[in-house]
Write a protein that binds this ligand. Structure first.
Ligand SMILES: Cc1ncc(COP(=O)(O)O)c(C=O)c1O
Length: 377
């Protein structure tokens, strides 16, 4: 029996066709000079920007290829110009590494509380936003809780409050999972990773930065491909794909491009429906086990489902399931300190489904969880 990957929110399975593209490119790099191959394959490598632009409904030049969401998030928040009294608003489902970058750079951070049912509280947000708010950042789907936040309503709300506020979406868990449309969502910046629901290779990600925002930021990392030294001054001459520097991995970029193309061709509706149906199926079956507590609002569900088992440590559940060849993951306090504090929890088990998972695999998961809880009083 093969392993069952129910950690698609960690890293999903690479598509075989994507793997082949990467291998083919690496074979060329093995046999011929890397720079020369890049020149020869420029057209196919540049398709990355068109695939990503189609994915998000933006312009190709608004995309930068990066290695991860964390890189994109850090690069962006460090590239904005803020005044001394500026503030940044996040929500209490924020991803740990994003919050770390704000603390690390001494930003004035305000945390807006989500409602108990997991929805955005626009009353609370209204109190947090003021004329000094430079940025509002949101995790569309958090790492540690599968509730989907209404980013369209949020984008509208922010821009109505003050069109100058930059709206940043962390779509790390929602890209390749749900429809993303930066125009419809009034989004200025979106970051995401390739290895999760897009099924791209590890070590890939991208950032979308609206062209009007690209013009008002100074990239924290900049090299000779984007700027010129004139005397002792720097002249930035290239505002396209603004966070990219000279060196990157063309084979991985090609891999991510293929993964995005695959998702674009499949269509988000089919993917989203399959994923959500698996979650519904799982949640219905597991809810018959009274020892299991699910942490999502069933009206907001995605492919990410988290739970705790009465009196049992997450690590023991995780290990038990892994022995049965079921890969899940543990979300710990550090993945989102605000969330876990609010929930009064230290960690939880996460199972995340993708469209290629099967109902019979979910049956196997449920039957193993039921075995695990036998004997609990
Ligand atoms: C919501 C969210 N944001 C950001 C990240 C960080 O992504 P990366 O590890 O690719 O930097 C993750 C990772 O799981 C995540 O779930």
């Amino acid at each position: 029996m093969n392993f069952i990957n129910f950690n698609n929110a960690g890293a999903s399975l690479l598509e075989p066709s994507t793997k082949n593209e990467i291998s083919k490119y690496l074979k060329l790099e093995t046999e011929i000079s890397g720079y020369y191959i890049e020149q020869k394959k420029k057209k196919i490598l540049d398709k990355f920007y068109f695939n990503a632009a189609k994915l998000l409904n933006c312009k190709p030049e608004e995309i930068s290829f990066l290695q991860s969401t964390t890189y994109g998030w850090n690069l962006f928040v460090n590239s904005i110009t803020t005044k001394k009294n500026s503030n940044i608003v996040i929500f209490d489902n924020e991803y740990g590494s994003n919050y770390i970058s704000l603390i690390n750079n001494n930003f004035n951070v305000r945390v807006s509380k989500l409602k108990e049912n997991g929805e955005i509280s626009f009353e609370d947000l209204k109190e947090k936003i003021d004329k000094n708010t430079a940025l509002v950042a949101v995790c569309h789907i958090a790492s540690q809780c599968g509730n989907i936040l209404d980013i369209e309503k949020l984008g509208k709300f922010i821009k109505k409050a003050n069109p100058k506020i930059i709206f940043l979406i962390d779509a790390c868990q929602s890209v390749g999972h749900l429809k993303l449309n930066v125009k419809k969502n009034f989004c200025d910046v979106l970051v995401c990773s390739g290895r999760k629901y897009l099924r791209g290779p590890r070590g890939t990600g991208l950032i979308f930065i609206k062209d009007s925002i690209q013009k008002i930021i100074t990239p924290k990392i900049i090299d000779t491909t984007k700027s010129k030294i004139i005397g002792r001054n720097l002249s930035i001459f290239n505002n396209k794909n603004i966070f990219e520097t000279f060196e990157y991995s063309p084979s991985l970029k090609l891999g991510l491009s293929k993964a995005i193309e695959k998702f674009n061709n499949l269509g988000h509706k089919k993917v989203e429906l399959k994923i959500k149906n698996l979650s519904k199926y799982f949640r219905k079956k597991i809810s018959l086990n009274s020892f299991v507590t699910l942490h999502e609002n069933k009206k907001l569900i995605s492919g990410i489902n988290t739970f705790s088992i009465k009196g049992k440590a997450s690590y023991d559940i995780y290990t038990f399931l892994r022995q049965k060849k079921i890969i899940t993951s543990i979300s710990t306090f550090q993945t989102s300190t605000h969330y876990f504090k609010k929930k009064n929890l230290n960690n939880i088990i996460r199972v995340s489904f993708h469209y290629f998972n099967k109902k019979k695999e979910v049956d196997y998961l449920v039957s193993n969880i039921n075995d695990f809880t036998k004997g609990i009083k």
